[in-house]
Design a protein around this ligand. Structure first.
Ligand code: SF4
Length: 364
């Protein structure tokens, strides 16, 4: 089997009643006890999320994995790059499992290593000896993290991107930021970097669609990746909520377009959004620009507040949604039989370099 090809788990799992699946998952969890750690990302659907021993954003979960020395199996209910990060941070000592191998991140896949290597070569060719520091958002493949680590750069998350960008600009004249254009642009704007010193590198075009002069002037070069979930939120959604409820607070994730972030009252990572809502007084009303599962969960957890999704339609991370109870049970059933399926491993040559970039972020 291709290691990235999900096996057909069959009707015995796919057609099973939800209640039965839940009972069987709970029984497997009890039986595997301390050998097993289940991690659940904030965007995970509730029917899976409720089985998580720890919940959080991708980096918090990878750190939990690294701390769980005694656990043999880490079942990561998130997407592929998150499981890779957990494998890197645990040094391959734990078996990290992704319940459905099709749970990838389209944004991470927008920065293919071959394209990035080519772009780097082109950029260094026109940069006239300027030192370029690469930064990659944690939502990237292990190969991109390794590329960045090898060239003295760092990983960043949505909560520390501004700090990491400041660090990088203190070390070089230019930053090449992968793969999310919007997190990079929003961070550069927050640091007061003028618009004409920020350019987008369009993957399919020579010099990323820029002139040599434009690249020579630029301080921040943004890869043209994006999250198709957060791109659904628009400035018109913010305006519509403000007209409907002048007291509403709008909070969005920094993967949203720049004009949406600028119009919002606040922006922040998933952890930042949760904290802002939790700390707001009873009766507050919020329009939130992030994935629907997190917004629905906040609505249930804070019934004393009025919580809305910023857009008038569902904004679902459809790849994360592939992790369903049937797939979780399927991997647990195999573990109970002593078989490890869907293990995510990063080859040590890549993992070592990727860890350099992750460790640099932790130092910053
Ligand atoms: S919400 Fe967007 S960035 Fe996050 S995992 Fe899904 S596609 Fe990737």
């Amino acid at each position: 089997m291709n290691p990235l090809q999900q096996a057909d788990i069959g009707p015995a799992y796919l057609e099973e009643q939800e209640q039965t699946l839940e009972e069987r998952i709970a029984a497997r969890k009890r039986a595997l006890a301390d050998r097993l750690l289940i991690l659940g990302h904030h965007y995970q659907q509730d029917s899976v999320y409720k089985f998580a021993d720890f919940t959080g954003d991708s980096l918090k979960l990878a750190r939990e994995a690294a701390l769980a020395q005694e656990r043999e199996f880490i079942v990561f209910c998130g997407v592929h790059f998150m499981a890779e990060s957990a494998d890197i941070l645990t040094g391959g000592t734990r078996k990290v499992i992704l319940p459905d191998l099709r749970a990838g991140c389209p944004m991470a896949d927008m920065a293919a290593i071959e394209d990035v290597e080519w772009a780097w070569q082109e950029l260094t060719g026109v940069a006239e000896g300027a030192r370029i520091v690469p930064i990659t958002y944690v939502n990237s493949t292990a190969k991109i993290k390794a590329f960045v680590g090898e060239r003295g750069g760092s990983v960043c998350t949505s909560s520390n991107a501004e700090r990491v960008l400041t660090w990088a600009l203190g070390r070089g004249e230019k930053v090449f930021f992968f793969p999310d254009e919007h997190l990079g642009r929003n961070s550069a704007y927050a640091l007061g970097i003028p618009d004409d010193e920020v350019v987008v590198w369009h993957r399919a075009k020579p010099l990323g669609g820029n002139t040599p002069a434009r690249l020579q002037k630029a301080r921040v070069i943004l890869w043209d990746g994006y999250c198709n979930v957060h791109m659904l939120f628009t400035a018109a959604h913010v305006t519509a909520w403000r007209q409907k409820d002048p007291d509403i607070k709008v909070i969005v994730h920094p993967e949203c377009r720049h004009e949406v972030v600028r119009l919002a009252d606040k922006y922040g990572s998933t952890e930042g959004i949760i904290k802002a809502v939790a700390e707001s007084p009873a009766g507050s009303s919020w329009a939130i620009g992030t994935e629907i599962n997190l917004v629905n969960r906040l609505r249930h957890e804070f019934p004393d507040k009025e919580i809305h999704l910023l857009a008038p339609f569902q904004c679902l991370c459809s790849t994360m949604y592939r992790i369903k109870p049937a797939y979780l049970l399927w991997v647990l059933d195999h573990l109970a039989r002593g078989e490890v399926v869907n293990r995510i491993t990063v080859p040590s040559a890549i993992a070592e370099k990727a860890k350099l970039a992750l460790d640099r972020m932790l130092e910053i």
